[in-house]
Design a binder for this molecule. Structure first.
Ligand code: NAP
Length: 262
């Protein structure tokens, strides 16, 4: 049994992780931590207010779903207490990743896996988009989310566009075709354009959760890659996989691709 502690246990994702870990036979939920100290049991544990609870409970792996301002410090604490870390908190910048690379030295232990999207369908969608990138004349990304989402476009859409652009540039294929639109009668009709010149469209509607389409086009044909997350459980198989694999994955790993062998 792998002994797991969860940081951000009172949050939406953290509470879901606590429940998933507690229900998994080869994992044991030994600590739940959240400064909010909500007092409501998650996965059978009442959350503690301090990260010290991880060490007291003998956690081998800590899962962090908190906020960017807290996550890097939390993971550095794990590194200095010999606890492996799995982090799903989004918005960690390049400087934060540099700190984590320094904290989780591949020549020693513990290790860390940081992924901005633990949904296997989203990870595969981005990989499939990379595979298609050299073979079409154009591509557009349409991301669709619930109507309470604050940012647009989504981080996953931006990352998809970045990866498509990087593969296209490396492949030797000509750049995607220019946009022939000359008249736009409704501002934004052609969406936003990323640094790689890829059009991204953001749909916000009640009833949606998190969805994305990557639409490639060429003469007489198109390819649509679509991914849907219907609820937070979509992230759990990826989180549980990372909990199982982090001890044998040296240093800092960013993204789930390497764990999936894709
Ligand atoms: P949330 O409901 O706001 O939960 C975050 C929780 O973390 C809150 O209870 C917060 O407490 C707590 N927290 C803050 N600092 C902490 C610390 N130092 N130690 C322990 N707990 C701390 O947010 P959420 O919707 O669960 O999302 C959490 C993160 O996961 C976000 O960054 C989100 O973008 C990300 N996310 C990732 C994926 C993925 O697949 N990787 C999927 C969905 C969401 P307070 O309220 O008291 O600050």
């Amino acid at each position: 049994m792998i002994r797991v502690g969860v940081l951000g246990a009172c949050g939406r994702l953290g509470a879901t992780v606590c429940t998933a870990v507690a229900a998994t036979s080869d994992l044991e939920l030994v600590a739940a931590v959240d400064p909010r100290a909500c007092g409501v049991p998650v996965g059978g544990l009442v959350p503690a207010g301090s990260i010290d609870a991880l060490e007291a409970a003998g956690a081998e792996v800590a899962v962090d779903f908190t906020e960017p301002a807290a996550a890097v410090g939390n993971l550095e604490w794990c590194a200095s207490h010999d606890i492996h870390a799995v982090c799903g908190t989004t918005g960690i910048d390049a400087a934060g990743l540099d700190r984590l690379r320094a904290a989780f030295d591949p020549s020693g232990r513990p290790n860390a896996i940081v992924a901005a999207n633990f949904s296997l369908s989203a990870v595969l969608m981005m990989r499939f988009a990379e595979l298609a990138a050299p073979f079409f004349d154009g591509v557009e990304v349409i991301e669709l989310h619930h109507d309470q989402k604050k940012d647009a476009p989504s981080g996953t859409a931006l990352e998809t566009a970045r990866r498509i652009g990087a593969v296209r540039a490396l492949s030797g294929a000509s750049p995607f075709g220019e946009d022939a639109t000359t008249t736009v009668s409704c501002e934004g009709a052609r969406g936003g354009v990323t640094a790689d010149g890829i059009h991204v469209h953001s749909v916000r509607l009640a009833g949606l959760v998190a969805h994305q389409e990557v639409l490639f086009g060429g003469p007489g044909q198109s390819l649509l890659i679509r991914q849907d997350s219907y609820d937070r459980n979509s992230f759990m198989p990826g989180v549980l996989l990372a909990c199982r694999r982090v001890a044998s994955t040296p240093g800092l790993t960013v993204g789930l691709d390497a764990l999936l062998g894709i």
